[in-house]
Design a protein around this ligand. Structure first.
Ligand code: G6P
Ligand code: G6P
Ligand code: BGC
Ligand code: BGC
Length: 953
């Protein structure tokens, strides 16, 4: 009898063990889960695979953890966990930093969770109204941070489109909608109070920020509660779906969906499948359904039902026996233990994948990191946290992970995020006029296109602001140039003299030696004679150093100012720009002034844009635009001769120096100029001129930022209202400072150094704000250049009559080169504004001097070719008598050829052709007869020549 019972019990034990066996995961299985999770994380980050990845890796637009300088009074909503809470959060910064919170929990009835979206949001707003009343703050329009613990696609911190409900929510008409808009509309519907919704935040992110406030090493947020999820700080360069490579952004992994493609089906039991099928979202959130609080009890229940059905429990009576706890041979804890242990282990395996990724990102052997954790499962279950931690330790042994329990919920973190976002939003509002929409940029592009047209036309050029100056440069180098040249390069940050040797053995090579010479301000602002004497002196010094004093080398003169040219070796300065203002030069031919000073001949005058295009054209034959974004800004491009009214001839192309810096000088940019732009102009050497340049280029950008900072400080928006004499000094904030502050990693510490040198004691928040101001100003510059460059690209595309333009833009200039983000932003906006183009931006590595030498070399090559042609043709030159002789003989022969009698013996046969009309001068007839183009041209040329000699008269 006893042995029979024992045998039955043993058999039952075996069956129970068999049921629970799939819940025991071996270390290999867990490692496999970790690896699969790792793969999914990568898929979610990559543009190509993101669409099909089950772990969505949603960007959150939270780019840093708190640093203790956040402050203010905020409302927070916390929806999606066990409790729905409304909170008031007061944050104090500085040495006495503290966070005080008041909150009230509200119920959300099931019929509302699963009713309509409108009902749900009306209910939320009803709870907020109740809370505001309760706190006595109904009149205040407080900024609000919204913790919304569901997967949301975000394009900014204050927008979140619900991807799909999870857990116990299933309200209609919400999926695919922006939950911030829904909340805003519900507030409007109620029409009792107003709130400024600043941020929408996942609970994982809120938790990471809550814990990050105490521990700066906290870069991961984990929720093990009703649902399951993780977020972490990812390097921007790894997030393909967000533009930019600098800094970090928090990624909401939404790992609950891991396995939705079946990749962990090997470990899913029939009970998991039952639970899934009975859930609100079958087939979805498979990993969450194995790991989170909402489902564990349900899995246990499914197992118990099965064991009962098998007669192993409750004598086969499900509902009665469950209550009686009649559990033969089974400790119910055993089932719960197996299920929760598996949940903790799976969660640990997932987390191990995240910490491993963090370790690889940082490139360290040993990682120390803090994970902020929240959620009822983690907090209340007696073993969950221990098993989870052990699993992480085992699967990521090289990581030292500290688990920090969030005591204050996600609301606090959401308020901290709101504090930072609110500050940046204030700046955005403040500098609203500097943020140009694509619509505005497209409009500016059209305006500039009109300016180009005016500048090119003979009638409108005299009054046009954009001068579109012909340069007499007709092609980029063709690779056959050679020689030894001097190049002078005046007008940018440096005055440079170069010796450029272009040799041509198997391949064309360029050797350059250069020297930078100082040009003191009193020379830039003195008399023109003194300026050119200074140039001559520096040149003398250079030639001496190069031991070429006696050589008469041709000179290429890069002179980076607007000059009206009628040939390559002549140029009348229209106006000084940038830092220069020497007297007696405007209206004079600068080549003459130079020649007078250096007693030389053979100077080609070249604008720096043209020099840049030629420099880049040396490496890329497709280069047909030269762009400068440096001290000043300007561009040149190859225009069709037929469009250039100011130069005779319609054949081929010529480079046009647009002088776009003057765009807007006739008031055409007034709608986008700000008070700061006007102040810059007033304080410049050339008020009323170069207005576009003053919004864009390096000479003005730092000063523009300084003026904004002064005004913001005066209004108490920065530095707690402190203004120092240094901050008030013109020129104290330079464009190189803008570049330093916008650097990804050191940007904020650079900001601190620079501002400290200006005498203000900036808080971290001030530094973030100043960085934001710099970004807005430099972004505007890149956007404006993209618009004007876009107009040039459209002109090129139309000139070529192609659907899609393939071209290269040669670029130079200190702002473009030194600013960490400028080039990328410019390229991106340009491509967006001119989508039907493939534009290559080629950085000019060797300055405009090389290009100027190449222009000179081309001019010399052409002159040499003409000389050779003249020489070769010399022996074909006939005297007048000889020609008359030929004419006479030809006439006799022709007549003989036309006469029947003499035709057979005539030398000139005069054969009929049956062509019955004469050419109309365009060569179309010749072409129609099938002559290739060059032959046609040759025939036309012969016609002209013969006509000229009147041989046939
Ligand atoms: C937090 C929150 C919740 C959140 C929860 C997860 O910190 O403030 O709103 O969703 O933890 O826990 P639970 O177990 O309630 O889902
Ligand atoms: C070039 C030059 C300069 C020129 C400059 C623009 O390539 O060789 O002389 O004016 O770039 O840059 P910058 O930032 O010096 O004004
Ligand atoms: C949601 C997540 C959330 C998690 C924890 C999941 O169901 O999809 O957004 O973070 O639950 O609350
Ligand atoms: C000048 C241009 C020059 C540009 C870039 C402008 O101020 O007018 O000629 O190309 O600066 O150096």
């Amino acid at each position: 009898m006893v042995t029979a019972v024992a045998r039955r019990l043993a058999a039952q034990r075996k069956e129970i063990d068999a049921v629970l066996e799939p819940f025991l995961l071996s270390p290999e299985t867990l490692r496999e889960v970790k690896n699969k999770m790792r793969t999914e994380l990568e898929y979610g980050l990559k543009r190509e695979t993101q669409g099909s990845a089950t772990v969505k890796m949603l960007p959150t637009y939270v780019c840093g953890t708190p640093d203790g300088t956040e402050k203010g009074k905020f409302l927070a909503l916390d929806l999606g966990g066990t409790n729905f809470r409304v909170l008031l959060v007061k944050i104090r910064s500085g040495r006495r930093k503290s966070v005080r919170m008041y909150n009230k929990i509200f119920a959300i009835p099931l019929e509302i969770m699963q009713g309509t979206g409108e009902e749900l949001f009306d209910h939320i707003v009803h709870c907020i109204a109740d809370f505001l009343e309760y706190m006595g703050i109904k009149g205040a329009r407080l900024p609000l941070g919204f913790t919304f613990s569901f997967p949301c696609k975000q394009a900014s911190i204050d927008k979140g489109t619900l991807v799909g409900w999870t857990k116990g929510f299933k309200a209609t008409d919400c999926e695919g909608e922006d939950v911030v808009d829904m909340l805003r509309e519900a507030i409007k519907r109620r029409n009792e109070f107003d709130l400024d919704i600043v941020a929408v935040v996942n609970d994982t992110v809120g938790t990471m920020m809550t814990c990050g406030y105490e521990d700066p090493n906290c870069e991961i947020g984990l929720i093990a509660g009703t649902g399951s999820n993780v977020c972490y700080m990812e390097d921007m360069k790894n997030i393909e779906i967000v533009e930019g490579n600098e800094g970090k952004m928090c990624i909401n992994t939404e790992w609950g969906g891991f396995g939705d493609n079946g990749c962990i089906d090997n470990i899913r039991t029939e009970y998991d499948k039952e639970v899934d099928e009975g859930s609100l979202n079958p087939g979805k959130q498979r990993y969450e359904k194995m790991t989170s609080g909402m489902y564990l009890g349900e899995i246990v229940r499914q197992i118990l039902i099965d064991l009962t059905k098998r007669g192993l429990l409750f004598r086969g009576q499900i509902s009665e026996s469950l209550r009686k706890r009649d559990l033969h041979g089974l400790n119910p804890q055993e089932v719960c233990g197996a299920v929760s242990r598996r949940a903790a282990q799976l969660c640990g395996a997932g987390l191990a994948a995240i910490v491993e990724k963090k370790r690889e990102n940082r490139g360290v052997e040993h990682l120390q990191i803090t994970v902020g954790v929240d959620g009822t499962l983690y907090k209340l279950h007696p073993h969950f946290s221990r098993v989870l931690q052990e699993t992480v330790k085992e699967l990521a042994p090289w990581c030292d992970v500290t688990f920090m329990l969030s005591e204050d919920g996600s609301g606090k973190g959401a308020a901290l995020i709101t504090a930072v976002a609110k500050r940046l939003r204030n700046i955005d509002k403040y500098l609203y006029a500097m943020r140009l929409s694509d619509e505005t940029l497209i409009d500016i592009m059209a305006r500039f296109r009109r300016e180009m047209k005016n500048g090119l036309s003979r009638d409108f050029n005299p009054t046009a602001t954009v001068k579109m100056l012909p340069t007499f440069v007709r092609s980029i180098p063709d690779g056959s140039e050679k020689g030894d040249f001097i190049a002078l390069d005046l007008g940018g940050s440096y005055f440079r003299i170069l010796r450029v040797k272009v040799s041509h053995e198997k391949k064309q090579t360029v050797q350059m030696e250069s020297e930078i010479y100082n040009t003191p301000e009193d020379i830039m602002h003195g008399s023109g004679t003194r300026l050119f004497d200074h140039v001559a002196e520096c040149l003398g010094d250079f030639m001496e150093k190069q031991q070429i004093k006696d050589k008469k080398l041709p000179v290429g003169f890069t002179f980076s100012f607007p000059c009206r040219q009628s040939k390559l070796d002549e140029g009348v300065l229209i106006t000084w720009t940038k830092r220069f203002k020497a007297s007696g030069v405007e209206g004079a031919d600068v080549v003459k002034l130079l020649n007078r000073a250096i007693k030389k001949r053979g100077v080609s005058l070249v604008n720096d844009t043209v020099g840049t295009m030629m420099t880049c054209g040396f490496d890329d034959q497709r280069c047909e635009v030269g762009l400068i974004i440096g001290t000043g800004t300007n561009a040149c491009y190859m225009e069709e001769m037929r469009h250039i009214d100011l130069v005779e001839g319609d054949e081929g192309r010529m480079c046009i120096n647009t002088e776009w810096g003057a765009f807007g000088d006739d008031g055409s940019l007034e709608d986008i100029r700000t008070e700061f732009d006007r102040e810059i102009d007033r304080g410049s050497l050339n008020p009323g001129k170069q207005l576009f340049e003053k919004m864009v280029s390096g000479l003005y950008m730092g000063e523009l930022v300084r003026l904004i900072l002064v005004k913001m400080a005066k209004e108490g928006l920065l530095f707690e209202g402190r203004i120092t004499p240094e901050l008030l000094t013109k020129g104290k904030f330079e464009t190189k400072h803008v570049s330093a502050i916008e650097k990804s990693k050191e940007g904020l510490s650079k900001a601190k150094d620079i501002l400290t040198r200006l005498g203000v004691e900036p808080s971290h928040e001030d530094c973030v704000a100043v960085q934001h101001v710099c970004t807005i100003v430099s972004f505007r510059s890149a956007n404006l250049v993209a618009a004007t460059l876009g107009a040039i690209l459209c002109q090129l595309r139309d000139n070529k009559g192609v659907g899609r333009l393939r071209t290269t833009v040669g670029v130079d200039g200190s702002l473009y080169k030194m600013h960490p983000q400028y080039a990328r932003r410019l390229h991106k906006t340009t491509r967006r504004l001119v989508p039907d183009s493939d534009v290559r931006f080629l950085l000019s590595e060797s300055g405009s001097g090389k290009g100027a030498a190449m222009v000179t070399a081309v001019a010399y090559r052409l002159a040499e070719q003409h000389r050779l042609i003249d020489e070769t043709l010399a022996e074909f030159k006939l005297t007048h008598e000889q020609l008359l002789q030929v004419k006479k003989r030809m006439r006799t022969e022709m007549e003989a050829g036309l006469k029947k009698k003499t035709h057979d013996t005539a030398k000139v046969k005069m054969l009929p052709t049956f062509v019955r009309s004469t050419p109309d001068g365009t060569g179309r007839l010749w072409a129609a007869l099938g002559f290739p183009e060059w032959q046609t041209k040759f025939v036309l040329f012969l016609q002209k020549l013969l006509g000229g000699c009147s041989l046939l008269n």
